[in-house]
Write a protein that binds this ligand. Structure first.
Ligand code: ADP
Ligand code: MG
Length: 479
């Protein structure tokens, strides 16, 4: 029924939500298409900028996609490869790119806070590190320090694979803020990662008289009030935290550097929100860190507002991670091998995953696995960390694992980003076929951080689809 004869058209199916029917959605779209036709949609892109095969006018492309003719090439449409779709995608990418460039232009016009390099503190910091910076870390640090010395705000992306050592580079940038009597903020996507950064920064920087505070959702009442006071009066030089950092009551005395770790977990808006915390008349330098290995062309559109530095080298002495793909039916064998590995002083992650992002179920699976492992390995200490735990509990477990008091840490994907326990050299990932390659790569990056050879077991469940098998093989064969 209805008045529009749809028989000569394919019927589009829209992503809808509860309370919004396909039919109402279609009616609305048809009406909008009709209304815009009469007023003429403005084509912002000059035709001479469009690649020849994408020269369909905007309205025609919209019309085609919402009301495809009956003989439209369905396969091509489903793959998103129809020129009308590509015409719209092209426009969106150009718009995204331009808006980022404009953002950059606006920011570059603002005044930054010139931070002179304090070579003495810089050297003292390096002297107390248990390692020497790699050439790549040195190069990228120099690029950052050059930027910081200018009185225009830095806008820089540091790209470096998992384990390439981005944290220490961030610490060196923060140190320069403190050395100039200013402040820095480091934002991490998870509480576990923020807490770990806080511990690491405190260890590195307190001996140099640089004071750090932690601000996360679980830092409450008195501790939080104290941290806020210290940031406000300048007693604290560096704030480390989660999104909690950009709540309204967080005020800095003179925020000069803002760092976002694992940028792929945040949006542009979030990283700018933190920047608003700067002084009235100048704008903080901005550093963004990511491990996501994206091609240069994609980086250019996703991060068009940023200059890019790459840490393209790993610290020396790392042995590549050996990855094996094993059927879950051989679980007992894996457990037996874990027993002997842990007896030799090794530590392991056992990661439980679930397809649906149902936190509750994922946590249940991890709890059950921890119990089963404890039963099978009574002589070992099994720890458990998942998203439903209280932060204090999570932190205690992570600390015990880091200290070596826990042999096997059963975890959900909460440990996916950033977690750094170099002595952990084994990782078992259950149901890896349910995760994407990027996520698996991040997870696996939790091992291979020390000098002992690391192993990653992809413990899949049958039946494994051809596609999933291919994906796991790619992960196994690449580092
Ligand atoms: P990511 O780039 O993944 O954030 P991290 O900063 O967590 O990497 O560093 C991974 C590990 O390597 C940490 O334990 C860190 O202390 C160590 N590390 C960093 N740089 C070096 C280096 N130049 N030599 C040896 N170890 C290093
Ligand atoms: Mg990191």
């Amino acid at each position: 029924h209805g008045h529009t004869p749809l028989s000569d058209r394919l019927t589009p199916i829209y992503p809808t939500t509860k309370g919004l029917q396909q039919t109402s959605m279609r009616k609305l779209v048809v009406r909008v298409l009709h209304d815009t036709q009469s007023t003429q949609l403005h084509d912002w892109l000059p035709t001479n900028l469009l690649p020849a095969k994408l020269s369909t006018p905007l309205h025609a492309a919209l019309q085609y996609l919402h009301l495809p003719p009956a003989d439209a090439p369905v396969a091509q449409l489903l793959e998103g490869k129809h020129p009308a779709q590509q015409r719209l995608a092209f426009e969106e990418l150009v718009a995204h790119h331009l808006s980022l460039l404009r953002l950059r232009q606006q920011q570059k016009k603002e005044r930054g806070i010139a931070l002179n390099k304090n070579a003495v503190l810089h050297q003292q910091f390096l002297a107390q590190l248990p390692f020497a910076l790699t050439a790549a870390q040195q190069r990228v640090t120099e690029e950052i320090l050059q930027d910081l010395q200018k009185n225009e705000p830095m806008l820089r992306l540091v790209q470096g694979d998992v384990g390439s050592g981005k944290t220490v580079v961030a610490a060196l940038a923060c140190l320069q803020a403190a050395a100039n009597g200013k402040q820095a903020a480091l934002m991490a996507p998870t509480e576990i990662l923020a807490t770990q950064h806080f511990a690491q920064f405190t260890q590195w920087l307190e001996p140099l008289g640089v004071h750090c505070v932690l601000l996360t959702g679980s830092v409450k009442t008195k501790a939080r009030r104290e941290a806020l006071e210290k940031l406000c009066d300048g007693t604290a030089h560096i704030a480390i935290g989660t999104q909690a950092l950009f709540q309204d009551d967080v005020q800095f005395q003179q925020l000069a550097v803002v760092i976002t770790d694992e940028q792929h977990r945040f949006g542009v808006r979030q990283r700018l929100a933190l920047q608003q915390k700067g002084e009235q008349r100048s704008i903080p330098h901005q550093l963004v860190m990511t491990a996501t290995p994206i091609p240069r062309t994609l980086a250019m559109s996703a991060y068009a507002d940023l200059d890019c530095s790459v840490i393209d080298e790993r610290p020396p002495g790392r042995t590549p991670i050996q990855t094996v793909i094993i059927d879950n039916q051989r679980r007992d064998e894996i457990i037996t091998r874990l027993r002997s590995a842990c007896a030799e002083g090794k530590q392991a992650y056992w990661v439980c995953t679930l397809i649906e992002e149902s936190d509750a179920l994922q946590c249940q699976a991890a709890e059950a696995t921890a119990l089963a492992l404890q039963e099978a390995l009574p002589q070992l200490n099994i720890g458990l960390v998942h998203g439903k735990q209280k932060p204090a509990e999570k932190n205690a477990v992570m600390a015990a694992f880091k200290n070596g008091d826990i042999h096997i840490l059963v975890a959900t994907t909460v440990i996916e980003v950033g977690v750094d326990v170099p002595n952990a050299s084994l990782m078992i990932i259950e149901n890896p076929e349910r995760l994407g390659l990027a996520q698996l790569h991040q997870l696996r990056g939790r091992v291979g951080r020390g000098s002992t050879a690391s192993h990653c077991v992809l413990l899949y469940s049958t039946p494994l689809s051809q596609h999933a098998k291919q994906r796991l093989t790619v992960l196994r064969d690449s580092d």
